[in-house]
Design a protein around this ligand. Structure first.
Ligand code: PLP
Length: 369
């Protein structure tokens, strides 16, 4: 009998770091201090440093990180923001939640990230910002995106929710654009034990605005400068994240070893493997393959106890939630085709080599016929 291979074993992260996490938990419970404060500041400093950014502001989750980053960069109601067609819906929701308009741009079919050649056509007099998403853990082409932003005087708000630690030419994601939004949802490469998020930036102005925005629009208690929100990172989660941050590089390395095996040994004629440009160091948040017979392949793996997921089965523009934006279902064929064919194989810091080789064996038995 085979054993089941989960898509991602989150409980294993606690088992590996139990002592340190429990110590943090007790320290905070005993401290009597449960909102903002030194645990948050410590993590913010550590994470800014890790990301090679000057500043970091902890917030309640990744969606808020994106919305608040847009606001802090001056994006307002009525402005247009360029977003990828192929992304998690949070990237779009952040734009629509602040009353701005998402302008979709199709991805490059090899990298899954924004197709740089299509961005210029989408820019209008209302365009205020670009929102590249470093999807599946692989950085978007920030060098070209920055050139375009400078040329058209646009802000860049990056969605880094899947790319903690990823590098472009040896420099980490964290301060290429005006602000980078992060999610610490448990399944992310750096994940909390609950919700959490942050924004990193090199701009002191954006940093100061974020601190006010996340805390009721207030710097001094009971003095409210603007209409802010309540979106603070929880001190318990901040302390857990500080513990886990020390292991992020090692855990990303373990992911990359599994990805290397997949890239080397997966040889089914019916699948397409991920492509990594030379100057990028992805962190393999997901290992996404494509198959014309995706649903059969997923079923084939399920029969062998191997869990897979689809990221994402319905692109944002086809979601009922966005029916009011009036997109025709045939409007973005690349995003559509990706949604029909992608399949994410198990990957994570606690997936054993043995299990990854069984995934390879079972996928390789699957052929077109
Ligand atoms: C997870 C994720 C988010 C949202 O993060 P939450 O913390 O769940 O709000 C945003 N964008 C992308 C690409 C994500 O994967």
């Amino acid at each position: 009998m085979f054993k089941n291979i989960p898509f991602l074993d989150l409980g294993a992260t606690y088992k590996e770091l139990q002592n340190e996490l429990d110590t943090s938990y007790k320290r905070i419970m005993k401290s009597g201090w449960y909102i903002l404060g030194s645990e948050i500041e410590n993590f913010e400093n550590e994470y800014a440093q890790y990301c090679e950014a000057k500043y970091c502001v902890g917030v309640a989750n990744g969606l808020d990180a994106l919305s608040l980053a847009l606001l802090a960069c001056g994006v307002e109601k009525g402005d247009e923001v360029i977003v990828p067609t192929n992304t998690y819906i949070a990237s779009w929701l952040a734009v629509t939640n602040i009353g701005a308009t998402p302008i979709p741009v199709e991805p490059n079919l090899k990298t899954y990230n924004l197709d740089i050649d299509l961005i210029e056509n989408a820019i209008t007099s209302k365009t205020k910002a670009l929102m590249p998403v470093h999807l599946y853990g692989q950085p978007a082409d920030m060098i070209k995106i920055k050139k375009l932003a400078a040329q058209y005087d646009l802000k860049i708000i990056e969605d880094g929710a899947q790319a903690h630690g990823a590098k472009i030419n040896d420099r980490r994601i964290g301060s290429h654009g005006d602000a980078v939004a992060w999610s610490f949802y448990p399944g992310k490469n750096l994940g909390a034990y609950g919700d959490g998020g942050a924004v990193t930036t090199n701009s002191e102005e954006v940093f100061e605005r974020l601190k006010v925005l996340r805390n009721y629009g207030s710097k001094v208690k009971y003095v409210n400068e603007i209409c802010g929100v309540n979106s603070r990172l929880d001190p318990l989660q901040a302390a857990f994240l500080s513990v886990k941050l020390k292991f992020l590089d090692e855990w990303n390395h373990r992911r990359s070893l599994i990805a290397s095996n997949y890239l080397k040994y997966l040889n089914s004629d019916s699948i397409l493997l991920p492509f990594v440009p030379d100057n990028l160091e992805p962190v393999w948040h997901l290992f996404v393959i494509q198959s014309e017979n995706r649903d059969f392949l997923q079923e084939h793996l399920k029969k062998d106890g191997i869990s897979t997921l689809i990221h994402y089965p319905i692109p944002p523009y086809k979601q009922k939630a966005y029916s009011s934006l009036g997109f025709d279902s045939l409007m973005f064929p690349r995003a559509s085709s990706i949604a029909d064919k992608v399949l994410s194989l198990p990957i994570g810091p606690h997936l054993s080599f043995e299990d990854s080789f069984r995934v390879i064996e079972v996928v390789n038995k699957f052929s077109k016929n």
